[in-house]
Design a protein around this ligand. Sequence first.
Ligand code: HEC
Length: 154
Amino acid sequence: MTGATRRFAIPALALAALAAPVAAAPGDVVKTRIAGFRELGAAFKNVNDELKGSAPQTYVMQLSARQIRDFARQQYSWFPQGSGPQAGVKTAAKPDIWAKGAEFKAAQDNFAKQADAFAKVAGTGDTANIRAQAKLLGQSCGACHRAFRTESRD
Ligand code: HEC
């Protein structure tokens, strides 16, 4: 495969994953998604706990930043068609995720962008910059939650 083909092959695959109908049982997909978000939340909490303390540990924030960046890549596969609210499935995902696909994708992309930027800045070990970028990262979580997540899961 040439370099040029490879560059095109990856987005095409990503698109196919997005359009593919849910293969596993919807309940299992939702459980995996929620477990992923919980781990993401725990990783981000570790960052914020360090930043609140008197001596933020760079290596803890760097490790968490890599985890967050990995979750930001994985989240693209967490919302297959058919994994929205339905009988027998407890999810806080709003139907708009699928009804307004382009807007949702923009929220996912913004999160991925902020997560990449955060991993970079964590690598520098500059606490002031890490703090500023952590804020932007947190805003990307909040923006998606406000638009696409319900208050309670039922
Ligand atoms: C592109 C949209 C989007 C982004 C970005 C996003 N989330 Fe979420 N998040 C959701 C949705 C939708 C749910 C509900 C999932 C469900 O119930 O099926 C959720 C659920 C959660 C949960 C609850 C899991 C549970 O116990 O039910 C946590 C914690 C969470 N997100 C943390 C984060 C953090 C931290 C970030 C950023 C670092 C983030 N999320 C970024 C959409 C997003």
